[in-house]
Write a protein that binds this ligand. Sequence first.
Ligand SMILES: Cc1ncc(COP(=O)(O)O)c(C=O)c1O
Length: 376
Amino acid sequence: MDFDKIIDRKNTNSYKWDKYPEGVLPLWVADMDFEVAEPIKDALSKIVEHGVIGYSRTPDELVEVVVKRLKDRHKWDIQKEWIVWLPGLVPGLHTAARCISDDYFSVMTSSPVYRPFLEASEMGNRRLQDIPFIWRNDRWEMDFEEMKKSLNPSTRLYMLCNPHNPNGRVFSKEELSQLADFCVENDLILCSDEIHCDLILDESKEHISIASLNKEIEVRSITLLAPSKTFNIAGLGCSLAIIPEKVLRDKFEKIKYGMMPMLSAFAMDAALAAYKNSEVWRLELLNYLRSNQAYLLKEINAIEGLKMEPLEATYLAWISYEGTGINDFVSHLESHGVGVQDASIFGGKGYFRLNFATQKSNLEEAIKRIRKSLNQ
Ligand SMILES: Cc1ncc(COP(=O)(O)O)c(C=O)c1O
């Protein structure tokens, strides 16, 4: 697999590449500029060759592969019936928020965080209780003291993003146990978005599914997963929720019923090819991303005014620009040919998010432009 190979994505209706005018390098939304693994291409070609594209059922083998994957990789024994298929993970976040009692109950989460976490409560007539992350022990941590203080009888759900977008944390067993206890003690449902779990960059870290910690947290959990980020098939829409407890699962199914399309053969066959036959590609991808991150860390931290901490997971660098003294740094970069996202989108400030899942030559060009924009 040649991750250095440039593929022209302009004028393909790419959400990422066709957003900006000519001359802006898009390093924003979380999709990767790499061709998918061969087994995924083969699976998609097979459907096209067959030529009939009707409704599809979920292949038994996909279910088996997911159950096995969770057992082998997450050390979590799940039952087939716990799986609810979704045409995207964001619909899962919104459905989870609507699972808690009636309108005006509260959803707790910690910002800065992937924007739909902030929107899911409001869109569903739930209230948002945002307890921001704090920088402590040289890492971003959940602020359990504030979370406890802010609890009130309306709090029903905590939404976790693990590994975290955008701060890149892979939460430790101790942190996850603390969060699980917090949810059990306070009778909260826990929704855990683990879409980035196969993109661990720090080899000393291990992804733990919070629901696998113990039965008490398992029965109050909604775990959201998808092959889309890791295998670059976000455009196909194949995600899943794992909901062990039947009453909660029935409620989730009922809310989504009739509101979401069935998954396509493209989505499910690509997911199967990804999970079953694309592991070599994934390992090569991780090496490439680790090398891109090392390059970015060295270059960004050599630029006066910018600061980047190593990510434990994801391909989304979280870079502080407070030292530059420039308020609207994202517009500043855009006018110098680099398209990134401001922390304000994630409920934060003073940072921008840069997607480094692109060819190294694009990153080199981005660094040149960022330097030039700051006269460095
Ligand atoms: C944490 C997280 N959840 C969900 C998604 C998107 O999921 P989907 O495209 O399946 O709705 C993203 C995309 O970047 C993400 O970072």
